[in-house]
Design a binder for this molecule. Structure first.
Ligand code: HEM
Length: 178
């Protein structure tokens, strides 16, 4: 009658994440609001450890995630103009790939937050409207869904993985759209 609750420690993803716990940090000296945002989002060091386990999966697919991102952006004429007036897709591919790899690195500190505030200022300066900024984040989430779905993780682990990715992507949005 009752489904036995699965012991989460059996999950390979979480087993591997435990081994990554020593490599992750949420800095103690973050601004008060940022700490509260992390608490409200329930984004914890456990999540950062899980994200670190996903690094190989993300690395393997980074090129296609990033290419897809710009193909998608260029469908919107106004965004195509912003890019050609300010940069090139080839240059942006490199910066976005670096940015994505930092999201999985397992370290949220003042530097991480400040770097994102600078990126927000850059995007505001080029006139990127929040609605496009947000849709492009959804594009990234869509790509991550596809990558995790195609991975060899068991179904339960896929849900855990996607939850962590959604949390870090939402945190990124909190930092750049404030
Ligand atoms: C620059 C990330 C969305 C256009 C950058 C940089 C990063 C970045 C890391 C480099 C900043 C630096 O020079 O230090 C992201 C992320 C996005 C996003 C994570 C959302 C998920 C967009 C969108 C556009 C865009 C939707 C559409 C036009 C640009 C341009 C630059 C830039 C033109 C170069 C600005 C300059 O060098 O003056 N972005 N971006 N970005 N981004 Fe984005």
């Amino acid at each position: 009658l009752f489904t036995k609750k699965r012991d989460v420690t059996e999950l390979p993803l979480l087993e591997r994440a435990k081994q990554e716990l020593t490599n992750v940090t949420i800095a103690k000296d973050l601004p008060k609001d940022i700490k509260s945002q992390l608490t409200m989002s329930n984004l914890t060091e456990n999540d950062l450890a899980i994200l670190r386990v996903l690094i190989p999966e993300v690395k393997t697919n980074a090129e296609s995630i990033v290419s897809n991102f710009y193909v998608n952006l260029e469908n919107e004429e106004s965004l195509r103009k912003i890019i050609s007036n300010n940069s090139t897709v080839d240059r942006l591919r490199i910066t976005l790939e670096k940015h994505i790899s930092e999201m999985f690195d397992g370290k949220i500190d003042k530097q991480y937050v400040e770097a994102r505030h600078r990126i927000a200022v850059i995007h505001a300066r080029i006139g990127l409207e929040p609605k496009w900024y947000l849709s492009s984040f959804q594009d990234l989430l869509n790509s991550f869904f596809a990558v995790i779905d195609a991975s060899s993780l068991v179904a339960g682990d896929k849900v855990i993985a996607i939850n962590c990715i959604a949390k870090i992507l939402n945190f990124e949005q909190q930092l750049v759209l404030e």
